[in-house]
Design a protein around this ligand. Structure first.
Ligand code: NAI
Ligand code: AKG
Length: 411
């Protein structure tokens, strides 16, 4: 099932549980605006190359639309649409005053030089600058983009609108980025995992973790989990997978990955077939890379007791059903990875206030938001007698529907 069909199916199930008016349901599903732009840049060798960029602005009932920009060869309109919709539900679960959006460019960032990436980012910004803004739509990093990408967007946008640091979040601290934003999604994953495990009388310490993806989210999650006493026994990225049943030395793996552009070849563990990573024996599985990786093909073979969705939509609805029958507990993406957008919100607030918080305050507030989100979701699970994904979706859809109606929506 593709990402859009899967996300819409979860939404519709939540709408049914809430008894949502059918016209309101339809209106919440259709995106506010879908943007598709052509971006041509000169490559370093002088030839021209064309790329397609997208920004889908899904909903703004609760505030400015918010969400990352992804650079990846598989970016397509349906996926960006699904990711934008997920942002609407995610910001509502976190109860931050935003709607949802997502963007992307179909490209392989690893095959482009830094100057080519800069030109591509600037052309994309030129094409969408009139449609984003501090109080309309605020981009941030996602797969294949980072704080440098945000700095280029900020600079290009500012040429048209005057210096505007709050137009993007996840930017470098030197340009008004928030302390703690880089680690925030991984740290949020840690806090959410702690909250879930505590329900079962467990803590991070002593649990065995397997993590797919060792980029921003996966590597920070691995580092923080290890610091909290967890044992990360296997990790994969696009280059390969490594395993050490006694626990990988994450600081050493980070150094290796930085120097070798990936985890492949790490001497502190054994090479593992990447296709087998998700079905490794462990307590907690953390997909932190691509969508749709847990599906009907492998769900029966998953051996983890808990799945923490650090990636967006890593689990297909068919796999959801299989895993539920097996008694595997899934902490859904719109709660588990909401730490990133939550600290993006703190960054935006700091920019608007012109005041910088220290890192301790950022991390402490993040813990409060993640813990509250978990508690709110559990409350909805009890009300609707449903799993954590439906608890999160009903919480979010209810909040967005209420805001929509309050603003004057008429059936
Ligand atoms: N960066 C953020 O703040 C947030 C990111 N996310 C989600 O987390 C996930 C990861 O994002 P980032 O860490 O930011 O991206 P990133 O670009 O920093 O890292 C992506 C990682 O996934 C790996 N990867 C790619 N294809 C793979 C494959 N086939 N098998 C195994 N690993 C593979 C890459 O090698 C890399 O290690 C995405 O689903 C993203 O949407 C969600 C919330 C916030
Ligand atoms: O920080 C943000 O604004 C959005 C991060 C994001 O793209 C996500 O949560 O999937």
């Amino acid at each position: 099932m593709n990402a859009l069909a899967a996300t819409s199916r979860n939404f519709k199930q939540a709408a049914k549980l809430l008894g949502l008016d059918s016209k309101l349901e339809k209106s919440l599903l259709i995106p506010f605006r879908e943007i598709k732009v052509e971006c041509t840049i000169p490559k370093d060798d002088g030839t021209l190359a064309s790329y397609v960029g997208f920004r889908v602005q899904h909903d703004n009932a609760r505030g400015p639309m918010k969400g990352g920009i992804r650079y990846h060869q598989e970016v397509d309109p349906d996926e960006v649409n699904a990711l934008a919709q997920l942002m609407t539900w995610k910001t509502a679960v976190a109860n931050i005053p935003y709607g949802g959006a997502k963007g992307g460019i179909g490209c392989s960032p690893g095959d482009l030089s830094i100057s080519e990436l800069e030109r591509l980012t600037r052309v994309f910004t030129q094409k969408i600058h009139d449609l984003i803004g501090i109080h309309t739509d605020v981009p941030a990093p996602d797969m294949g983009t980072n704080s440098q990408t945000m700095a280029w967007i900020l600079d290009e946008y500012s040429k048209f609108h005057g210096y505007s640091p709050a137009v993007v979040t996840g930017k470098p601290v030197d340009l008004g980025g928030s302390l703690g934003r880089e680690a925030a999604t991984g740290r949020g994953v840690l806090f959410a995992t702690e909250a879930l495990l505590a329900e079962y009388g467990k803590s991070i310490a002593g649990q065995r973790f397997v993590i797919q993806g060792f980029g921003n989210v996966g590597s920070w999650a691995a580092y923080l989990i290890t610091e909290a006493g967890g044992k990360v026994i296997a990790v994969s990225d696009v280059t390969g997978a490594v395993k050490n049943s006694n626990g990988l030395d994450i600081p050493k793996l980070l150094k290796h990955a930085r120097e070798n552009r990936g985890v492949k070849g790490f001497s502190g563990g054994d090479a593992l077939d990447s296709n087998l990573l998700l079905t490794e024996d462990c307590d907690v599985l953390i997909p932190a890379a691509l969508g749709g990786v847990i599906n009907r093909e492998n769900a029966n073979d998953i051996r983890a007791k808990f799945i923490i969705e650090a990636a967006n939509h890593p689990t297909d609805p068919e796999a959801d059903e299989i895993l539920s029958k097996k008694g595997v507990l899934i902490l859904p993406d719109i709660l588990a990875n909401s730490g990133g957008v939550t600290v993006s919100y703190f960054e935006w607030v700091q920019n608007i206030q012109g005041f910088m918080w220290d890192e301790e305050k950022v991390n402490c507030e993040l813990k409060t938001y993640m813990t509250r989100g978990f508690k709110d979701v559990k409350g909805m699970c009890k009300t609707h007698n449903c799993d954590l994904r439906m608890g999160a979706f009903t919480l979010a859809v209810n909040r967005v529907a209420r805001a929509t109606v309050l603003r004057g929506w008429e059936a």
